[in-house]
Design a protein around this ligand. Structure first.
Ligand SMILES: *[C@@H]1O[C@H](CO)[C@@H](O)[C@H](O)[C@H]1NC(C)=O
Ligand SMILES: *[C@@H]1O[C@H](CO)[C@@H](O)[C@H](O)[C@H]1NC(C)=O
Ligand SMILES: *[C@@H]1O[C@H](CO)[C@@H](O)[C@H](O)[C@H]1NC(C)=O
Length: 337
């Protein structure tokens, strides 16, 4: 009797458990479908995010803008000093070959400032930083228009000069030529024969903004050349780091150390250049100490948060504010830092 009862109970339990398992089957299938759909949605989202943040991809070429870029890029060729290589400008030739020779540095390369023949280091370095930024962000489009190599060569023409202008950690040549006598005599660079004076900043006559801007130029260019020539890229990064330390350790405006620069490229302050350089060094090295320098240590003092002004060779606040939020994600997804 007892056995019989036990047998019935056993059968009932089996039925129950079998029914229970069958009940779970659709739940499992449903869960699997939900999981798969969630994963697909997340993947799609990440893909979309990457697309929206990745460097601008070439789209349909609009010829008039392609022509405008090609013509604008010639500006760098026209302004070149030094022994020209693959020169495409019919009316330009070698010039400034002896620049720097009186102090045994080769400052023959680089760009003349405007219609004059002065090499002003502060705006020249800013030009290099902006060209690097342009290449990093729009390099794919330049490539589609066959202008990428041209842009890289123009950048290197400046950074080759900047490397030579920084012969030791705390010395940076910031100008070749005397602006007053240069402006008094209009001549072609090819026929210029006078010995051109050199101006430097150093520990006794500091120039924080010009040293920091030069650091920014070299750090950003090191990103551009990273995959093209690792040796050159590393070389730029060493100079960038030394120049940043020089700029930050010996704080002082070059407009005060060297009042004669006020008439041409007067600086209204160096805080923005320190942040700008530290930011580029962060992207170039991945070292969070540089990011902390911008966001915590000196951000309050120098960043001018909430009060953007125009972005220029003198004032980089707007650039710092933009790239700290924008590039952080952007370079991270590119695997640069
Ligand atoms: C430091 O720079 C100043 C200003 O350019 C210059 O007069 C001075 O000779 C430099 N010092 C040295 C040791 O070269
Ligand atoms: C790479 O850069 C180094 C350092 O400037 C240079 O000596 C070398 O010739 C470069 N290599 C190439 C392939 O351009
Ligand atoms: C250069 O800038 C400083 C700081 O903003 C200013 O005091 C000085 O008057 C300016 N010099 C010239 C010549 O504009």
């Amino acid at each position: 009797m007892e056995n019989k009862q036990n047998g019935a109970k056993y059968a009932e339990d089996r039925r129950k458990s079998k029914g229970g398992w069958l009940w779970w089957l659709p739940v499992l299938v449903f869960a699997a479908i939900v999981l798969t759909m969630s994963v697909l949605t997340i993947l799609k989202f990440v893909h979309h995010l990457k697309r929206s943040l990745s460097p601008h991809r070439p789209q349909k070429v609009i010829q008039k803008y392609a022509d405008a870029l090609e013509i604008a890029m010639q500006f760098f060729d026209v302004q070149k000093s030094g022994k020209l290589v693959n020169n495409n400008i019919a009316w330009r030739g070698d010039s400034g070959l002896l620049d720097g020779s009186q102090e045994s540095v080769d400052l023959s390369k680089g760009l003349y400032d405007a219609g004059d023949l002065i090499k002003f280091g502060f705006p020249m370095a800013f030009t290099a930083t902006m060209l690097s930024w342009g290449i990093l962000e729009y390099g794919n489009q330049m490539n589609a228009l066959k202008q990428l190599g041209h842009a890289q060569d123009s950048l290197k023409w400046i950074t080759d000069y900047l490397i030579n202008a920084h012969p030791s950690p705390n010395v940076l040549y910031i100008q070749v030529g005397d602006a007053k006598s240069d402006h008094d005599c209009w001549e072609r660079p090819e026929t210029m024969s006078e010995m051109r004076p050199l101006t430097q900043v150093n520990a006794s006559f500091p120039g924080t903004e010009v040293a920091a801007e030069t650091a920014a130029a070299m750090a950003s260019a090191s990103l551009v050349f990273k995959k093209i020539n690792g040796t050159y890229s590393d070389q730029l990064l060493v100079h960038a780091q030394q120049l940043f330390t020089f700029a930050d350790t010996y704080r002082g405006s070059y407009s005060i150390s060297l009042p004669q620069v006020q008439e041409y490229y007067n600086s209204t302050g160096y805080g923005d250049e320190l942040l700008w350089a530290a930011g580029w060094l962060y992207y170039a090295t991945g070292d969070h100490a540089y990011l902390n320098y911008v966001t915590e240590l000196n951000g309050q003092e120098f960043a001018n948060w909430g009060s953007p002004t125009w972005f220029s060779w003198d004032d980089k606040h707007a650039g710092v504010q933009l790239y700290i939020v924008h590039f952080n994600k952007y370079f991270y997804l590119l695997g640069i830092c």
